[in-house]
Design a protein around this ligand. Structure first.
Ligand SMILES: C[S@@+](CC[C@H](N)C(=O)[O-])C[C@H]1O[C@@H](n2cnc3c(N)ncnc32)[C@H](O)[C@@H]1O
Ligand SMILES: [Zn+2]
Length: 387
């Protein structure tokens, strides 16, 4: 395999080079490497480090006592960075022999043989055989085939990437239903729908093992979703976690939406605003997407590290921290279009919502999206009052 050496963070990584003149998607290379995911990996280093600091202070342990597994490691880049830049003991696993051999070379090149170990197993076999403090799933497409084993194996933190946004967000409906046992709605907040479908699946997989979860940070960026879940233990906590599950009733005509908590629920078919028939998405995670204190800790980590994507990463985590904890965002342009008016700036509009007595924030999902506790009719009134 033809390789070149790149640097991400403070870690050197040998990655495959495509044959000259050939440009192929990362998934076609002998070993996968996607430079586009550096932002995801930079946030991962900061978030994992922030979490490890918590573990160290709560459990009086040293970093090298903390075990982390990069279950689907390819070149090893993700786990190598965690071993090198966070200092925990990392297992870098991939069932491909070529990937495994590259991982071994990458561990050597970074002098990480004390903290990083290469492994060449089926990811599910590895996870069923051993428990890790931190489990990181970063697959091609859907993490669904690995979620049960990851839920079983993870002791404190479960980190998941999903790149199958079309199934998660409702664009490939049947595939999403098969993978996540949930029905999404492909509407203006489909990106948030994807996050809540994934979190809902993770909550149910963890509950099977009498485990609970608190999402510390969740972001939908470009074509993937990434979530960081703090794991708790015991049936009582698992039951409490499942109380965050439910459905969203959405009116496709006027934009009204309502979260309905529970798994066996009565949902009104008629929109209370315009009388049209509502659509239902779920079961979904309707609880929090982020913990504000954790976002602050991640921001401190991002600030102090040499990262190529530092500014972008800080922007995402800051928006996550500041977005209101309310299910489903609105898109300013969609509502303006329905009213036949043009949009004001987002800052002016959010100020107007606040002046009218509502809570309101931007979101990390898109530049035209906002969250508020105002109902859709109240949002429209505020928009009209700004004309
Ligand atoms: C998207 S790549 C991983 C990317 C990597 N985490 C990174 O940040 O660059 C997915 C990897 O999973 C490996 N893989 C797929 N199914 C697997 C399985 N069941 N067990 C172990 N590895 C698997 C593939 O060989 C591939 O290298
Ligand atoms: Zn309606």
């Amino acid at each position: 395999m033809n390789t070149r050496t790149i640097t991400e963070g403070t870690t050197l990584v040998m990655v495959p080079v495509p044959p000259e003149g050939v440009s192929f998607p990362p998934s076609c290379a002998p070993v996968f490497y996607n430079p586009e995911m550096e932002l995801n990996r930079d946030i991962n280093v900061a978030a994992t480090s922030a979490f490890v600091d918590r573990l160290i202070s709560q459990h009086s342990i040293i970093p090298s006592d903390v075990t982390y597994v990069d279950v689907l490691s390819a070149s090893g880049i993700r786990g190598l960075r965690i071993a090198n830049e966070v200092g925990v003991s990392a297992v870098l696993n991939d069932w491909s022999r070529e990937a495994y051999e590259l991982i071994v070379q990458n561990i050597e090149m970074n002098n990480l043989s004390e903290t990083a170990t290469a492994s060449c197993k089926d990811g599910n076999v590895l996870l069923h055989g051993k428990r890790f403090h931190i489990v990181d799933l970063d697959p091609f497409g859907s993490p669904a085939p690995f979620l049960d084993a990851a839920a079983r194996s993870s002791i404190h933190l479960l980190e998941i990437t999903a790149t199958d946004t079309a199934p998660l967000c409702g664009a490939h409906l049947n595939s999403g239903i098969r993978k996540y046992a949930a029905v999404p709605l492909n509407n203006e907040y489909h990106s948030e729908m994807g996050v809540r479908v994934l979190l809902g699946k993770a909550a149910r997989d963890l509950a099977k093992h009498d485990k609970s979860m608190i999402p510390l940070l969740s972001h939908a960026t470009r074509h993937y979703v990434r979530v960081y879940l703090h794991i708790g233990h015991g049936a009582k906590l698992a039951d409490k976690t499942l109380r965050n599950m439910g459905f969203i009733s959405h009116c496709p005509v006027c934009g009204f939406r309502k979260p309905v908590y529970g798994l066996a629920v009565h949902i009104d078919k008629e929109c209370p605003v315009c009388g049209s028939t509502t659509k239902i998405a779920g079961p979904l995670w309707l609880g929090r997407l982020h913990e504000v204190e954790f976002c602050d800790e991640v921001l401190l980590e991002l600030e102090k590290r040499p990262l190529n994507t530092k500014e972008k990463a800080k922007k995402i985590v800051t928006l996550c921290k500041e977005e209101l904890d309310i299910p489903t965002f609105y898109d300013q342009h969609v509502i303006c279009r329905s009213l036949g008016i043009s949009a004001s700036t987002m800052d002016q509009f959010i100020d107007a919502l606040k002046e009218a007595g509502f809570r309101a924030s931007r979101t990390h999902f898109s530049g035209t999206s906002f969250k508020t506790d105002a109902e859709v009719t109240e949002i429209k009134e505020v928009m009209r009052s700004m004309l």
